[in-house]
Write a protein of this length. Structure first.
Length: 187
């Protein structure tokens, strides 16, 4: 389309006779399970899950890094799958089962994967850690005895700029062993 044609269209759109009413902002009330408990929240249709969790539900574990689905800092668990909450609309979560890093510990006891990150020094600055923990939790649910290659592949969507990943791999291996030993099983 030529510039003249675009200008012409633009003029007709802005000739003062446009009576179109601006779109009304609507909100949606949703209910879901959050870290094992029923929760409800009212959100705008365009709202992303990471913003709802952090700003409306005070769960600041899921971090915002890239907001383009690359870094994994915002990873949470939705209906048994790892999901980057910066790319999911909250309205898509009606009736879902959501788990954030805050829901990993049970009764004040760290989950085995959290304990293993602590013991194996699987973190430094900690920015990636909440997303990494929820991803590693799901990885061990999917594959309780992963090889090193499977761990590295399983966390490929979660970036860590500090650790070089070696201690994260060790932590997942350590947690896998603990979870496989019933008498020592953590929460
Ligand atoms: S903030 Fe969601 S993937 Fe980076
Ligand atoms: S511990 Fe700093 S980004 Fe992973």
């Amino acid at each position: 389309m030529s510039t003249a044609a675009r200008d012409s269209d633009s003029d007709s759109d802005n000739d003062g006779t446009d009576t179109e009413t601006p779109a009304m902002s609507t909100t949606h009330k949703l209910s879901f399970k959050l870290n094992g408990k029923p929760a409800s929240v009212e959100v705008e249709p365009r709202e992303l899950l990471v913003h709802t969790l952090r700003e409306r539900l005070a769960l600041t574990g899921p971090h915002i890094g890239c907001e383009t689905s690359h870094c994994g800092a915002c990873t949470v668990d939705v209906d048994g799958s790892s999901v980057k909450s910066c790319t999911l609309l909250t309205v898509q979560c009606e009736g879902s089962d959501l788990l954030t890093v805050e829901g990993l510990e049970q009764g004040g006891a760290l989950h085995a994967i959290q304990q293993a990150f602590h013991e194996e020094h699987g973190l430094q600055c900690g920015y990636c850690t909440p997303g990494m923990l929820t991803r590693c939790y799901r990885l061990l649910q999917e594959n309780p005895n992963p090889s090193e290659a499977e761990i590295r592949y399983g966390i490929a969507g979660n970036l860590c700029r500090c650790t070089g990943y070696q201690n994260i791999v060790k932590a997942v291996q350590s947690a896998a062993k603990k979870l496989a030993a019933p008498e020592k099983k953590a929460a």
